[in-house]
Design a protein around this ligand. Structure first.
Ligand SMILES: Cc1ncc(COP(=O)(O)O)c(C=O)c1O
Length: 463
């Protein structure tokens, strides 16, 4: 069928309402009453999607609209998401990793007064997820690793000064499993040394520091909506920023590198799509000291703005269907956050019997985490015993995970990658050898959490 869809005839509206009603009915029919929970047999996943008929209806409704590419749902999601995270702008993308790639790559844009150059350095940590660090390397910049703090598993801010060099330009760090890093100290460090701060909030949507949402302290913040995360759109993520210029750069990089800012499905919002005098603009910008804009001068006068590319970009957009699901999920965020906090507190209390052997990572002072998971670190790391424990927990249905890459520098992908280590990384090593996390996601009931702790205590003794 071609694109000439009859706008909204009454019968189409009725059919749509009927399809959505049936979608809800289908969801109810499919959601059989759950089987009774049996500790030791039933699964206790560490994460999962939480949804009801409203997400299904959103997905089906958006499919019926058949806009497909990021469109009206996407723009509505971006607007609401920006409000929720306290930023002026949010741009939806197809994953948290894409969000990180865009946020980091933006620092090299010619639109900035002082873009990063090859060999410039970005301070980060090695205990965490690989795609927090990979974009630094992918852009030809050098990651500089500092150790994490043993209590919070977050960057040890007292080590930042020691990591500085005359090439340091930015800090890019994740809030470990929802626990905000010391945003007071890290923000002050960035301010004092004129560094850009990127907060990887992929595991921390809903967390606050000093009563403010994480992500509002840095210049750019990134989020993931992969199913294990605080809200889900399947694949998905976002970049938030309150800086108009950074917003423009991230949008351009996300959308093929285009110079034009028309939303998808719209043309000529600049009202002079075919009237731009590129050589004249280049001359003017070059005179006023504009960065790199002289390069527009090679384009013919009147060249269609829609096809002018000012960055070497990507296409990292999600679909409108994902955004439609995200809008419903976002409304549920406060309840999800409350459940994560409640579950974490219950699980931490129930794990008391193993705390001679395990340190349960604590909230950074001044913060209120929306925990992604409960991270524990063996006081005396014993990787083989952890492996035995992991296997036994799995066999009893208890989902458990390592802190992602552990120490990224020990991962094959990072072999031979140019980097610098400021000091040593003893706590990072402890996490790599002795760190393990358990689930606290909203799908867990009190009974499941109690069983999870009991199985952990028993299997730890036996491992
Ligand atoms: C801290 C952190 N950053 C980035 C990502 C990447 O997100 P995505 O899986 O959506 O690419 C993850 C994934 O779990 C993460 O934990």
């Amino acid at each position: 069928m071609a694109d000439d869809v009859n706008e909204s005839p009454a019968d189409a509206e009725q059919l749509r309402a009927e399809i959505l009603r049936l979608t809800a009915e289908y969801h109810r029919a499919r959601s059989r009453p759950s089987r009774p929970f049996v500790p030791g047999t039933s699964r206790i996943p560490y994460a999962g999607r939480i949804f009801d008929e409203r997400e299904l209806q959103a997905a089906v409704g958006s499919s019926l609209d058949f806009w497909l590419t990021l469109g009206p749902e996407g723009h509505a999601f971006e607007k609401s998401f920006a409000e929720v995270v306290g930023a002026r702008n949010a741009l939806m993308v197809n994953s948290g990793s894409s969000a990180n790639l865009l946020a980091v790559s933006a620092l090299g844009s010619h639109l900035l007064d002082h873009p990063l150059e090859p060999g410039d350095e970005i301070i980060t940590v090695a205990a965490g997820f690989p795609t927090t660090v990979a974009p630094i390397v992918q852009n030809g910049w050098v990651p500089v690793f500092v150790d994490v703090d043993a209590e919070t598993a977050n960057v040890d801010a007292s080590l930042l000064e020691g990591a500085l060099s005359d090439r340091t330009r930015a800090v890019m760090i994740a809030h470990t499993l929802g626990n905000p890093f010391d945003l007071g100290a890290v923000s002050a460090f960035c301010r004092d040394h004129d560094l850009t701060l990127i907060e990887d909030c992929c595991d921390a949507l809903g967390s606050t520091y000093g009563g403010r949402p994480v992500g509002t302290f840095g210049d750019l913040a990134t989020y993931s909506f992969y199913p294990a995360h605080h809200i889900t759109t399947g694949e998905g993520g976002a970049v938030a920023t309150s800086h108009p210029k950074l917003k423009r750069v991230v949008e351009s990089l996300r959308d093929w590198g285009r110079d034009c800012w028309c939303p998808s499905g719209h043309d000529n919002t600049c009202a002079k799509r075919f009237e731009w005098d590129w050589p004249a603009l280049a001359e003017k910008r070059a005179c006023s000291g504009g960065n790199g804009t002289g390069a527009y001068g090679a384009l013919p006068v009147g060249y269609d703005h829609k096809y002018v590319y000012s960055h070497l970009g990507y296409n990292l957009k999600p679909t409108d269907i994902q955004a439609a699901i995200g809008r419903v999920q976002l409304e549920k965020l406060p309840a999800f956050t409350e459940a994560r906090r409640r579950n974490h507190a219950q699980l931490a209390a129930a794990l008391e019997p193993v705390t001679d052997d395990w340190h349960i990572v604590t909230a950074t002072p001044g913060s209120d985490p929306s925990w992604f998971a409960l991270l524990m670190i063996q006081r005396t790391p014993d990787p083989e015993r952890i492996a035995r424990l992991g296997r036994a927990l799995d066999a009893k249905g208890v989902g458990n995970r390592r802190l992602f890459g552990g120490n990224l520098l020990r991962q094959p992908a990072f072999h031979g990658v140019e980097h610098r280590v400021a000091g040593e990384l003893p706590n990072t090593e402890r996490i790599a050898d002795g760190g393990l996390f358990l689930g606290v996601y909203p799908g867990l009931t009190e009974e499941m959490i109690a069983a999870q702790a009991q199985i952990f205590v028993e299997e730890w003794a036996a491992a």
